[in-house]
Design a protein around this ligand. Structure first.
Ligand code: GDP
Ligand code: MG
Length: 297
């Protein structure tokens, strides 16, 4: 299954460490309904991990809070096993009053920290199950304007708890120029509000190829993504994953068309271990310190 996912091609040292630790990765997706969260997850892992089950019917009571749904799959690649969990958050931003849309999500992230903390405190702590959220992909509506209050509020509340990876959803609805302008505005907004998103670290002591690959990834943030889990025919007769329009085909896996490939590279190949480390060493550690202080320990 999905031999291209790439986690078994992690640099050797990182790879060995990951294998030893059992290799669990938890990704969360957040964003308003219809921005393509489920589709992107399917595109990322080329699997029907997700089956849309709750397609909303107008007028139907969809509950009054954000739902948290978690789905896990074991993927094996070249003898390496990865337990991948995807946490979906349907309902975010769907209500008349979205003031507290971020709250159930923070609660979920903290509950996962608590579960880890509890394992650490046990006498037998040989095999810790790491269900902490290692990356949160936040979907920004492709308006071309700037971030919305709900985006800013969410990121402000979450940036100290999770690695935030903002993406521009449905990038095929914008022109290249609009996208680059929108990216600048988003980054300016993020800086203005003092929000910390996940920054791939700058490498120095790596080989030229790695440094260049890393710089390319950094230059694409926030990734403009297009998702599709179906194959279409490209004009030159290839079968590609993409979206077909009267004027042409947008290819998901073509770097000239969108940043999907770069996002996938970062998540499952080049930076998976860094995402896990930052979660453990910084985000979790801060949470744990505050918690123990509050308990008077
Ligand atoms: P979710 O509610 O965020 O999980 O969104 P879905 O993944 O269910 O997608 C909602 C709709 O948007 C579906 O009709 C998808 O086919 C469509 N869609 C998903 N990704 C894209 C994209 O990148 N571009 C465009 N134009 N449509 C998309
Ligand atoms: Mg969905």
């Amino acid at each position: 299954l999905a031999s291209w996912v790439g986690f078994s091609n992690l640099p050797n040292q990182v790879h060995r460490r990951s294998v030893r630790r059992g290799f669990q990765f938890v990704a969360m997706v957040v964003g308003e309904s219809g921005l393509g969260k489920s589709t992107l997850i399917n595109t990322l892992f080329e699997t029907k991990l997700y089956q849309p089950k709750n397609i909303p019917v107008p007028g139907e009571d969809r509950g009054k809070t954000v739902q948290i749904e978690s789905i896990s799959a074991e993927i094996e690649e070249n003898g390496v096993r990865l337990k991948l969990t995807v946490v979906d958050t349907p309902g975010f931003g769907d209500f008349v009053n979205n003031d507290e849309s971020w709250k159930p999500i923070v609660d979920n992230i903290e509950a996962r920290f608590d579960a880890y903390l509890e394992q650490e405190n046990r006498v037998n702590r040989l095999k810790l199950v790491d269900n902490r959220v290692h990356a949160c992909i936040y979907f920004i509506q492709p308006t071309g304007h700037s971030l919305k209050p709900i985006d800013i509020e969410f990121m402000r509340r979450l940036h100290t708890k999770v690695n935030l990876i903002p993406v521009i959803a449905k990038a095929d609805t914008m022109t290249d120029d609009e996208i680059s302008l929108f990216k600048q505005r988003i980054l300016a907004d993020i800086a203005h509000h003092g929000i910390r998103i996940f920054q791939p670290p700058q490498y120095e002591n790596e080989d030229e190829e790695t440094i260049q690959e890393n710089e390319e990834i950094i230059s694409k943030v926030p990734f403009a993504v297009v998702g599709s889990d179906s194959l279409v025919n490209s004009p030159d007769g290839r079968q590609v994953r993409g979206r077909s329009y009267p004027w042409g085909v947008i290819e998901v896996d073509n770097e000239d068309h969108c940043d999907f490939v770069k996002l996938r590279q970062m998540l499952v190949r080049t930076h998976m271990e860094e995402l896990r480390e930052h979660t453990n060493d910084v985000l979790y550690e801060d949470y744990r310190t505050d918690k123990l202080k509050a308990m008077g320990v």
